[in-house]
Write a protein that binds this ligand. Structure first.
Ligand SMILES: Cc1cc2nc3c(=O)[nH]c(=O)nc-3n(C[C@H](O)[C@H](O)[C@H](O)COP(=O)(O)OP(=O)(O)OC[C@H]3O[C@@H](n4cnc5c(N)ncnc54)[C@H](O)[C@@H]3O)c2cc1C
Length: 348
């Protein structure tokens, strides 16, 4: 397709924003159709944690490595309004109500946490504030953003709720867990809850992945990420509750935030005292085989899909955007092999 053609991107999450940005580097000004708000779903509420090589040994390895490098380049090129920072990353254990007896090697943590090892350093792990990253890329792309609900595909475009047809020479479906269209493998939504604490400079650039045993015996796996803007993002509680049709209707499960708050407050004095500035819930897009869908939709002219990035959507957005721009404009991606992600039915 030539750069003068019209490209319509359905969905203003991080994947849609990254595709828009990399298309703009090739002189294309795409149209983005968003139902709710840019970064209003998982892309504005996620952890924003990035790792160079945590996908090694899987089909995602190349995509992740390319993306990790692109994140550093994007922060440099676009002035880093999203607080991109490198950090050290640790694993640890905690048991509710117990002191584990081993001295924690991280001074900001309380005695209930035992660090079991360092699992990443500034060369291999990094963090972004996801809402600022997504809106920053979208803004830098210069894309036209239209409010609308995509309900189907038309010949040479998409159909919006209410019947309007938006024409495009190419259409990209990037609606996260809402990307279910006939002829594509199914995309599901897996819910996660998170809290954002205001901690100022009390917690250094040290991310934490924990195993936390509650008094009931249940084991949770909290993730604690200190951001460059003086906040700390924390999650631990996923659920299988169903995906609402409208992204604006996503709500937390009853009791999930209180349970997460109690857990976080027990881990460190700085978290015990900190005000909470956001209580969030969102759905990560997942596929049956665990791999994203990135490519041309078979049998449909000019229709592409990019979704299903699960827990690595913030990480893998830049390389996905770059690859999609290459695929649409040149017929192939240059830096990554998209073969494992081709959206065909069945995909096994
Ligand atoms: C709790 C949690 C923590 C996470 N932490 C990390 C992390 O640390 N690192 C990492 O790399 N990834 C992380 N992820 C994963 C990451 O957030 C997602 O993979 C990523 O945000 C998905 O982006 P997306 O653009 O595909 O989808 P979304 O962000 O869901 O965006 C889809 C967009 O499409 C819009 N839309 C939906 N339906 C329609 C329609 N009919 N018409 C028009 N628009 C529509 C929605 O409003 C939304 O804006 C996390 C996810 C969760 C849930």
């Amino acid at each position: 397709m030539s750069p003068s053609g019209r490209i319509v991107i359905c969905g203003g999450g991080v994947i849609g924003a990254a595709i828009a940005y990399f298309l703009s580097l090739r002189g294309v000004r795409p149209l983005v159709i968003e139902r709710h708000e840019i970064a209003g779903a998982a892309s504005g509420k996620s952890g924003g944690f990035l790792a160079l090589d945590w996908c090694r040994g899987t089909p995602l390895d190349r995509l992740a490595r390319r993306s990790f490098a692109l994140h550093a380049e994007l922060a440099e090129t676009l002035g880093n309004p999203w607080g991109y920072r490198r950090l050290a990353t640790y694993a640890g254990q905690a048991v509710e109500g117990k002191t584990l007896g081993r001295p924690s090697r991280l001074p900001w943590l309380g005695e209930s946490v035992a660090i079991t090892g360092q699992i990443g350093g500034p060369e291999t792990t990094a963090l972004v504030e996801p809402r600022a990253f997504t809106t920053g890329l979208m803004h830098a792309s210069g894309a036209e953003v239209k409010r609308g609900t995509v309900v189907g595909l038309a010949d040479g475009g998409v159909v919006l709720e209410g019947g309007e047809i938006v024409e495009g020479d190419a259409v990209v479906i990037a609606m996260g867990p809402w990307s279910n269209f006939e002829g594509l493998p199914q995309v599901f939504g897996l819910k996660g809850h998170s809290l954002v604490f205001k901690t100022g400079d009390a917690i250094p650039a040290e991310a934490l992945f924990l195993e936390y045993q509650e008094a009931s015996g249940e084991v949770l796996t909290p993730e604690i990420f200190p951001r460059a803007d003086g906040t700390v993002w924390a999650c631990a509680i996923s659920s299988t509750s169903s995906l609402p049709r409208d992204p604006a209707d996503v709500m937390a499960d009853a009791g999930a935030h209180a349970r997460l708050e109690a857990l976080c407050r027990s881990l460190a004095p700085a978290l015990a005292a900190a005000p909470i500035v956001a209580r969030q819930a969102c759905f990560r897009p997942v596929t049956e085989d665990g791999l994203p869908l990135i490519g041309k939709v078979p049998g449909l002219d000019g229709v592409y899909v990019a979704t299903g990035h699960s827990v690595w959507g913030m990480l893998n957005a830049p390389a996905t955007g770059e690859a999609m721009a290459g695929l649409i404009l040149d017929g192939a991606a240059r830096h990554v092999d998209l073969a494992p992600f081709v959206p065909r039915l069945p995909r096994r």
